[in-house]
Design a protein around this ligand. Structure first.
Ligand SMILES: [Fe+2]
Length: 297
């Protein structure tokens, strides 16, 4: 297959995805976006079964770009009107799942061993997912039976396992085999603005991680109300949590995250961990999180 035809095949798949999206979003057939998409489908059907010329390809590319722009502005407009861009199904009670790791278990070596990653992900994280599901189900039962005798216990479980599940989910993508270095762009500017320099931030975060009382986390968060970054510690998963903030960069300093490899030298683990920080992920989380701004007073 020529690369032109392969391109056409990919555009056809994209075309089909756009149709499914409009259908899923229940966009009315009269909307101009549908007309544009139909016109584009017609153009594509005309070229899909025969070799195409460069001139035609340029026309298709131009149409595809315009369609892409129109889709973007259409959904941006709908979003402004308060409609959701994609219908993300919410997670039903007791239906949380262990997320897949975005890399292989041995991908973070030598900084974090395969053995730790396997245990950490398959055993520890799984148990938070199970615990969260159980707590949600028990609280659903309590609502159904109108019996809240154990509400204190299950609320605690909900916070413990819920925070455990969410923080681990962030933690996995906060790291990458291609990580390390320094952040860039708006996040770097914000770090400099609030902490003085990247060096000062790194030292603050490192010391906070080393000094977490017992087991827990250190976190870089964005505060939508104060409108600046902050470094926090969280004992266990949820104690000392500053609610109303959004974690951007988190490090797990529970013993299961490092003990097999680093024994009691948490400091060495924290120092080495900087080599696998996925700054791209943190930058993306920051850009998204910093859109959220509450009234400060
Ligand atoms: Fe952990």
């Amino acid at each position: 297959m020529s690369s032109y035809n392969e391109y056409v095949r990919n555009v056809l798949i994209w075309n089909q995805q756009l149709k499914s999206l409009l259908e899923a979003e229940e966009v009315q057939k009269e909307e101009s976006i549908w007309k544009r998409l139909d016109k584009f489908s017609y153009l594509m059907e005309g070229v899909q079964r025969r070799p195409i010329e460069t001139e035609e390809l340029i026309k298709i590319q131009h149409e595809a770009e315009e369609l892409h722009d129109q889709m973007e502005s259409y959904f941006a407009q709908r979003q402004q009107l308060g409609t959701i861009f994609m219908k993300e199904p919410n997670i039903a009670v007791g239906k949380h799942q262990l997320p897949r790791l975005p890399y292989a278990y041995d991908a973070l070596e030598p900084y974090i061993s395969k053995e730790i990653m396997e245990l950490h992900h398959q055993k520890h994280h799984q148990s938070y997912v199970d615990g969260l599901n159980k707590a949600e189900e028990k609280l659903k039962e309590a609502r159904k039976d109108n019996d809240f005798t154990l509400v204190k216990h299950w609320s605690r479980e909900l916070a413990f396992h819920g925070s455990g599940h969410y923080l681990h989910t962030i933690f996995w993508s906060n790291m990458s085999p291609n990580g390390g270095g320094e952040p860039k762009g708006a996040l770097l500017e914000e770090i400099k603005d609030y902490f003085g320099s990247y060096k000062a931030f790194k030292l603050h975060f490192t010391e906070a991680a080393k000094a977490v009382e017992g087991v827990g986390w250190a976190l870089l968060v964005w505060s939508p109300r104060a409108r600046h970054l902050e470094v926090l510690q969280s004992e266990r998963h949820m104690l000392l949590t500053q609610w109303d903030t959004i974690p951007l960069l988190v490090i797990d300093v529970w013993e299961h995250a490092y003990y097999l490899q680093y024994k009691n030298n948490r400091g060495k683990y924290v120092e080495n961990w900087w080599n696998i920080v996925n700054w791209k992920d943190v930058e993306n989380r920051f850009l998204k999180a910093s859109e959220l701004k509450w009234r400060p007073y």
